[in-house]
Design a protein around this ligand. Structure first.
Ligand code: FES
Length: 158
């Protein structure tokens, strides 16, 4: 006799999840490894994902397409529980966190744009003065000397 499962509590195999979300199985493994998603295991050690994980994976995909680092995505999804079906309140909290993440990203891009415009007009490529090449003189904090050459970040790597 089939076990009764509450709506939304169904467990999905990785192939099904991959097909529904368009995310490769290897990426799902990785997301799980870094704590972005979670699964349970069958007695045969096969992954099973709760249906509500589909929405979470879709948001991860959207965030990745926007260029948001996975660490920021994980932070934004912290209000959303993984061990139970998230409530609308949980999603609302996540939505607020997403807005903050996107706002920080927007400000960072605007700052970068301002610096780039300045550098296009300047062209000095100074490791001391250029805020784009060496923001907040970060290379000096690594120690004296030619830091770029020592770390293997030659001009061609930029
Ligand atoms: S190139 Fe001169 S400040 Fe960036």
């Amino acid at each position: 006799m089939a076990e009764h499962v509450e709506p939304g509590q169904e467990l999905l195999g990785i192939g099904h999840v991959s097909e529904r979300t368009g995310v490769a199985k290897s990426a799902l493994h990785y997301y799980e490894e870094i704590g972005l998603i979670c699964s349970t295991r069958t007695s045969g050690n096969q992954r099973r994902y709760p249906r509500h994980m589909l929405r979470r994976i879709s948001l991860i995909t959207v965030g990745s397409k926007l260029g948001i680092p996975l660490a920021d995505i994980r932070h934004a999804l912290e209000p959303v529980p993984m061990d139970k079906i998230p409530s609308e309140k949980d999603w609302q909290r996540a939505s607020n966190e997403w807005k903050r993440v996107l706002e920080r990203r927007r400000r960072a891009i605007e700052e970068l744009e301002d610096r780039l415009m300045g550098c296009i007009g300047c062209g000095c490529l100074s490791m001391q003065a250029c805020l784009l090449l060496n923001p907040e003189d970060a290379l000096a904090q690594e120690g004296a000397g030619a830091r770029r050459l020592e770390t293997g970040e030659a001009e061609g790597d930029i």
